[in-house]
Design a protein around this ligand. Structure first.
Ligand code: ADP
Ligand code: MG
Length: 618
């Protein structure tokens, strides 16, 4: 048989390599930003269009490239950063594989302009699918600009695999934040669709954190400092009372490189010990410096995981340092913050335009079932249809049980649940209760075949979820205008997300006056929620969206509906009167899919009379 092995042509090899290096627009941004840092830039600008699907551009004022280097930089294994294997162990640079530009150029249209300080004119290079299509001499400032257009243009499967704009934007912002946090001594800016998301001046670490995560972050930070023979630890943890219910801002940098490490995360979390309630995660920004020879960065192609020589010792030191830092803070809780003028950017406020401080009142006793003197909501009618499950539960009901039968009747579809009792679901006074609330958690009702136990919180989630979905699909959400618009603060990246979600949020009844800087001004809210809940619901929604990222079945409207339902559903522990209990029963079994909550949890269980009989006969 003849020989069958052949060497892959370069452009094919590059495409394969690209699969490892470039998963999404965010990975391109990361590689380009890191190259600019390696080129000693002091200002780096990231420009994105359509979440990087049409453009990812990085412009730096670094050392630039000669015409030959510019050309070579697109070759695979072409790097100026290492020359021999031993160099791998002394790495001070971000890149070293010489793969990024070759990979990116294999799957996109790339345009590079670069000039060194010693040159009068610079170089323009255009590369498409690994082929150089143009090389020219141009006038361009010292430094390098690389524009990556039409990512994955020649790999439709990968292009289609990209997530929604808001998710890809989130990834881009994540990468930007990581690089910007690792290098407060470099100025960074980021633009998305011509909007300036960040403008970060050269600053110290605390200021960098604050300009990325909002002014309110400052008071939360507790400084951490430790220097030992094998490691130096610097940075901040957030005070325990600011811990989050979701894994939020948790950053480790090792030798200025963002890394993920479950092991070190455990060290930090355990240092917080009893200071955190179960289910809460600490926020931290920790910078570890170790000798380059004591880590191996080479184990992961995208380099976010590294291997330490002396992991156990690092664990112990880190844990002790955080404990000590928190202890210190308890003794001396007053933290100084040397404010400087760069703190004002990019969000400058003048005296006659002071920032609006959001006033958020939360009513802990709020019970969405208690009827408010609510405004007269416009009503839309629809008929509740019994579902299969409903019928199977309630077949052959005697007339005396009809109050539970979901008779076709006119009700408001997104009945504001706290006004729900206004709706005469039960025309007459019910004889005696056919429902019973157990431990303020379950509603028990008898059915033909035995009894049904309904989880009040999960059932209500299902009811609200379907109501919201119906609303956002039919685009007829009811909104109540606020007399005084609500002004809420968010961190810049969340502002970007809210901007993306604006349309969807509006279709559920939200109305926005402005979404800018660190402030969202809400002028209308869905009739189903109260003003005091707006901020909690939006925060929850943002958390949910960030956490749904790995879910391929992502749909924004769906997450929105789920999230709203979760926030709004009556909680376990709420006492419900009979009418309220019946409302839940009726509405649950009018749902399209009453069996499970929007997050897939069981909403009710039934117990047959046979089953109960058996218990007595055994
Ligand atoms: P690596 O960063 O691993 O060396 P890359 O493919 O990312 O590989 O880049 C190849 C080479 O191109 C780099 O080693 C560097 O010499 C040059 N280069 C890339 N980007 C820049 C830039 N922004 N400024 C100056 N040189 C750059
Ligand atoms: Mg590189």
């Amino acid at each position: 048989m003849s020989d069958i092995i052949q060497l892959l042509p370069d452009h094919v090899a590059n495409q394969i390599a690209a699969g490892e290096v470039v998963q999404r627009p965010g990975s391109v941004a990361k590689e380009l930003l890191e190259n600019s840092i390696d080129a000693d830039a002091t200002h780096i600008k990231l420009i994105i269009k359509e979440a990087g699907k049409t453009l990812i551009q990085v412009i730096d004022n670094g050392k630039g490239m000669s015409p030959t280097d510019a050309r070579l930089s697109f070759e695979r294994h072409a790097t100026s950063k290492i020359a021999k294997a031993e160099d791998l162990f002394l790495l001070e640079t971000k890149g070293f594989r010489g793969e990024a530009l070759a990979s990116i150029a294999a799957i996109a249209h790339v345009e590079m302009k670069t000039k060194q300080a010693s040159q009068d004119l610079g170089t323009l290079l255009k590369v498409e699918g690994s082929k150089v299509t143009e090389q020219e001499v141009v006038t361009t400032p010292v430094g390098t600009s690389i524009a990556v257009k039409n990512l994955f243009y020649n790999i439709p499967a990968r292009r289609n695999f990209l997530k929604s704009t808001s998710i890809e934007t989130r990834h881009l912002i994540d990468e930007f934040q990581r690089v910007a946090l690792a290098h407060p001594n470099i100025g960074f800016s980021m633009y998305h669709n011509e909007n300036e998301l960040y403008n970060l001046k050269i600053s110290n670490l605390r200021q960098r954190i604050v300009s990325l995560f909002g002014k309110r972050t400052n008071e939360k930070l507790v400084p951490i400092n430790e220097e030992t023979d094998i490691i130096t630890i610097q940075g901040f943890v957030a005070k325990p009372e600011f811990a989050k219910k979701k894994r939020g801002e948790q950053f480790f940098f090792v030798n200025s490189r963002f890394i993920k490490s479950a092991y070190l995360n455990h060290a930090v979390t355990s240092a917080f010990d009893e200071l955190l309630s179960p289910g809460y995660f600490p926020t931290y920004f920790l910078y570890l410096t170790v000798p380059p020879g004591s880590i191996d960065i080479n184990i992961h192609p995208t380099k976010t995981e590294i291997k330490f020589d002396n992991e156990k010792a690092l664990y112990a030191i880190l844990r002790a340092t955080i404990k000590h830092g928190l202890g210190q803070f308890n003794v001396a809780p007053v933290l100084d913050f040397n404010k400087d003028s760069s703190m004002e950017t990019p969000y400058t406020f003048t005296e006659d335009n002071p920032p609006k401080i959001p006033i958020i009142t939360v009513d802990p006793t709020f019970n969405p079932f208690k009827s408010d003197p609510a405004p007269n909501y416009p009503k839309k009618t629809f008929s509740t249809k019994p579902t299969d499950n409903w019928e199977s539960l309630y077949v052959d009901l005697e007339p005396s049980n009809t109050e539970f039968e979901p008779i076709s009747r006119e009700v408001t579809p997104i009945t504001p649940i706290h006004t729900a009792v206004q709706i005469p679901l039960i025309q007459e006074d019910p004889p005696s209760s056919k429902t019973y609330q157990l431990h303020n958690k379950y509603i028990i009702s008898n059915i033909k075949s035995g009894l049904v136990v309904i989880h009040q919180h999960l059932a209500h989630q299902r009811i609200l979820y379907e109501e919201y979905l119906e609303n956002s699909t039919i685009k007829e959400a009811m909104s109540q205008q606020l007399l005084f618009p609500l002004s809420l603060s968010f961190i810049p990246s969340d502002i970007a997300l809210i901007q993306e979600l604006k349309g969807d949020l509006e279709s559920t009844g939200f109305g926005f006056e402005t979404i800018a800087d660190e402030t969202v001004v809400v002028k209308g809210i869905p009739t189903t929620i109260s003003e005091s809940q707006v901020s909690i619901i939006l925060e929850q929604l943002l958390e949910d969206i960030k956490n749904e990222i790995p879910d391929a079945s992502f749909s924004q409207v769906d997450i929105l509906a789920k999230s709203m339902a979760k926030s709004m559903a009556i909680k376990t522990g709420t006492t419900l009167d009979v009418k309220e209990q019946e409302e839940i029963v009726n509405k649950l079994f009018s749902c399209k899919d009453p069996n499970s909550s929007p997050y897939g949890k069981t909403t009710f269980v039934t117990m047959g009379i046979d089953e109960i009989d058996k218990k007595f006969n055994s």
